[in-house]
Design a protein around this ligand. Structure first.
Ligand code: ATR
Length: 267
């Protein structure tokens, strides 16, 4: 169920965004509550840019306890919060809010590392494509986990500014999307949303490399289709959706999230 924020009903949890109708979070969290017999609701709430603070006040007065935040409000949400965990501050984005004490965390970055749990590369080296907000969160996560990163982007200048801002000798900018020596090839761009291909030099990919697209699409994205046709391992954005959602659930409720039910709800 999706509502404009001024028409939101009473409830307990929600995701805010603009747009928000495509979000799979309501389905996933509602399945988690149903599985555990919890009397909670989770709605999609449409909030235009510039109205985040006002909308959160309203949702708080309607009884909401926790809010997930999706694009483009993660930075506005961070600025709204009084209590900011270090990871959210570093990533400059909050995707999970607790309304009663205006606290926020970022579950995208640690959730992303959760999804790499079974991945044991011989060398922790990544080709990361894109230089937006998602790229920043994943770079922070990957650096904290000891990866070295080759960053490339359509607008190279943006890759340079991001690298400068994050300032790490494990992070370099590359003009070409050359995956040579990289165990992980990570697409953080929205190119897959428009079914557009990226200029990746696939012929230079290592056998056994993992191609990871933050987007998901049925049956697949052009990035993952290409990687799969070359025999590479592939992962789309659904495991990350579950991982970040489960971490939000656990932070709000203090009980283990039913990850299997959450994943099944998305299939
Ligand atoms: P998000 O917060 O989700 O990361 P964003 O800040 O809008 O979103 O960043 C989108 C990223 O996708 C950018 O790196 C963008 O490249 P530019 O900096 O050149 O705009 C990238 N992107 C979007 N569409 C693309 C396409 N068709 N080909 C290559 N890169 C694309």
């Amino acid at each position: 169920m999706t509502y404009p924020w001024r028409e939101a009903p009473e409830g307990t949890f929600a995701v805010i965004g603009d747009p928000v109708h495509h979000s799979l979070s309501p389905k996933m969290h509602s399945a988690a509550y149903a599985t555990l017999g919890l009397p909670y609701t989770y709605y999609g709430i449409h909030v235009p840019t510039g109205e985040v603070g006002e909308a959160l006040e309203r949702l708080s007065s309607l009884g909401y306890q926790g809010i997930n935040v999706t694009v483009p409000h993660k930075e506005e949400a961070l600025n709204w919060a009084d209590v900011v965990e270090p990871m959210a501050a570093r990533v400059r984005a909050a995707n999970t809010l607790r309304l009663k004490d205006r606290a926020c965390i970022n579950t995208d970055a640690p959730g992303f590392l959760d999804t790499l749990g079974e991945f044991h590369p011989t060398e922790k080296k990544v080709l990361l494509v894109g230089a937006g907000g998602s790229a920043r969160a994943l770079i922070v996560a990957l650096l904290s986990d000891g990866y070295s990163i080759k960053l490339t982007n359509r607008t190279l200048e943006k890759a340079h500014s991001l690298a400068e801002e994050l300032g790490s000798n494990q992070l370099s900018v590359s003009e070409s999307a050359d995956p040579d020596g990289c165990a992980l090839i990570l697409n953080t761009t929205s190119a897959s949303l428009n079914k557009e291909e990226l200029p990746i030099q696939w012929d230079r990919a290592m056998p056994g490399a993992l191609a990871y697209d933050l987007m998901y699409a049925r049956p697949t994205t052009p990035f993952l289709a290409k990687a799969f046709s070359l025999g590479l391992a592939t992962m789309d954005g659904l495991p990350l959706l579950v991982a970040q959602g489960a971490r939000s659930f656990e932070w709000w409720l203090g009980i283990e999230a039913p990850r299997t039910a959450m994943r099944e709800a998305l299939q």
